[in-house]
Design a protein around this ligand. Structure first.
Ligand SMILES: Cc1cc2nc3c(=O)[nH]c(=O)nc-3n(C[C@H](O)[C@H](O)[C@H](O)COP(=O)(O)OP(=O)(O)OC[C@H]3O[C@@H](n4cnc5c(N)ncnc54)[C@H](O)[C@@H]3O)c2cc1C
Length: 477
């Protein structure tokens, strides 16, 4: 009888792992177990009454680099080319990003000329931060917070305005707690290898073989900054589900895994409440902290390491306005913690993807709330009502974008523990987990947003690499 691989979690990481397992020349039997009734995890798209698409989770995927290309290849293999909505390089959503500081929106400078000009909210042209960066020696610590790294290399303003906002925009996190090594590995590596981030960016990381397809070539030729799918990004997990089912993968929904135990023969028993599954190997694509509670006593050291990988919550408020106009055109703006501890930023969804505006078209925005404001409310056990988030989001849209009329449509979702936090020393947690798995020869492989990247591309790559490890085919770097 062939091997059985059970994949835990039907988010994009678990779906990608199952996809790559199912496409192997001699695929094992694959069972994907999802706890909820829906696949896709945080990827969720809903339609408004006028057909407008509202993304409750991710709204754009970056095509850049080898990981971006691999995701586009998968999109083509799933037959989704005609559904792709690109943001081309010459579009406002590709070119303009803003910071909201001191009660005003400021365009982030782009190009060499932009670096030479004064660019408020920064007190001096960013050229000077670049000069400091080029002359700063290499750091000696094995890890550093994002804030300390940015302050040391680029100065206090770039650290407290730009990097603080970036950490809030990507991780909903605190730059004074997050790790540069794990959150922005390319910046960390550039310093290690070339002594400078700028030199590293100029010299590059060496050529990595890229996959090729018509869609990838188009994305490169048109310099896409990101892309979505016509019906929303949830089309991707839905297409993966159809593909998996056609390849004989058993996709179980509404079946939360409630325990894992090791059998004498070295295989796993996966408890699903009133039934069990047997597995020769498990790929876990559920959050690390959830897995830590399912592991058996024999894996206590691993469970301990995983339990320390925590996550933060984000409130996502989708707003739609009739007959309203934005004061600026761009991808959106970020808000540093010094300006507002609760509003992380606002994405101008209609600028990037007007095709999803519905009929008649309405202006769509997404306000993201989180940060220390939300953490304090959660810690106090405050009532986190939909009304509270809606009120704060509408207030932000009014003060930051001048949208004073009430929205015509509003959706509010509090995503609890949705973004893992790679805090200082995260790499050591990964190392101890990897060492334990190798030393104990546990038939368990970790994938998902908890480990090496939260972006959709990173999650898909983690699933691909997990599948390659299980199949014994070396992942191509
Ligand atoms: C609000 C928000 C906006 C984002 N925006 C972007 C963006 O624009 N671009 C981008 O690239 N990335 C973005 N991200 C990040 C990205 O969407 C996520 O990191 C990614 O979707 C996580 O995928 P995953 O499969 O690793 O985890 P998850 O999506 O968390 O999937 C895990 C799955 O496991 C299931 N599960 C949990 N416990 C069990 C159990 N006991 N048994 C069985 N199943 C279980 C869950 O139900 C879930 O379906 C965003 C994330 C959020 C939250």
């Amino acid at each position: 009888m062939g091997r059985t691989v059970v994949v835990l979690g039907g988010g994009i990481s678990g779906l990608a792992a199952s996809y790559h397992l199912s496409r192997a020349p001699c695929p094992p039997k694959v069972v994907l177990v999802e706890g909820s009734e829906r696949l896709g995890g945080w990827i969720r798209s809903v339609r408004g009454p006028d057909g407008a698409v509202f993304e409750l989770g991710p709204r754009g995927i970056r095509p850049a680099g080898v990981l971006g290309a691999r995701t586009l290849l998968m999109v083509s293999e799933l037959g989704l080319d005609s559904e792709v909505l690109p943001v081309r390089g010459d579009h406002a959503a590709a070119q303009n990003r803003f910071l909201y500081v001191g009660g005003a929106l400021h365009a982030l400078p782009s190009g060499i000329r932009g670096l030479l000009r004064p660019s408020p909210p920064f007190s001096k042209p960013l050229f000077w931060a670049g000069l400091k960066e080029l002359t700063t020696p290499r750091g000696k610590d094995p890890d550093e917070t994002v804030h300390s790294f940015a302050q040391r290399r680029l100065g206090p303003e770039v650290a407290s305005l730009a990097m603080d906002s970036l950490c809030r925009g990507v991780f909903a996190g605190n730059s004074r707690e997050l790790s540069i090594r794990s959150c922005f590995p390319s910046l960390f590596q550039a310093e290690q290898t070339h002594r400078s981030i700028l030199l590293g960016l100029l010299l590059g990381a060496g050529r990595v073989p890229q996959p090729d397809s018509a869609l990838i070539r188009q994305a490169r030729a048109e310099r896409w900054s990101q892309w979505s799918l016509r019906g929303g990004l949830e089309t991707l997990p839905q297409a993966l589900n159809t593909h998996l089912t056609s390849r004989g993968v058993s996709v179980l929904r509404g079946q939360p895994v409630c325990g894992l135990s090791l059998q004498a023969e070295g295989c796993w028993k996966v408890s699903l409440g009133d039934s069990n599954l047997e597995a020769d190997h498990i790929i876990s694509a559920i959050p690390a902290s959830v897995l830590s509670k399912l592991l058996p006593a024999e894996a206590a050291p691993l469970a301990h390491a995983l339990s320390t990988i925590t996550a933060v919550s984000v409130a996502v408020v989708n707003l739609q306005y009739r007959g309203a106009r934005l004061p600026v055109q761009g991808f959106g703006h970020l808000v540093p913690s010094s300006e507002d501890p609760g509003i992380l930023g606002i994405v101008y969804d209609s600028v990037a993807f007007p095709e999803q505006d519905g009929s008649p078209p309405g202006l769509r925005l997404t306000v993201m709330l989180g940060g220390s404001w939300l953490r304090t409310l959660e810690a106090r056990g405050s009532v986190l009502s939909q009304e509270l988030f809606q009120k704060e989001a509408e207030k932000a849209a009014a003060t930051q974008l001048g949208l004073k009329e009430p929205p015509s449509h509003c959706l509010v979702h509090l995503h609890k523990n949705c973004i893992p936090q790679y805090t200082l020393g995260h790499w050591q947690k990964l190392e101890s987990a990897t060492q334990f798995l190798a030393a104990q020869k546990l038939p368990l492989t970790l994938a998902g947003a908890s480990y090496e990247g939260v972006a959709v591309n990173d999650c898909i790559e983690s699933g691909r690499q997990a599948a390659a490890r299980v199949l014994g085919t070396e992942p191509k770097s």
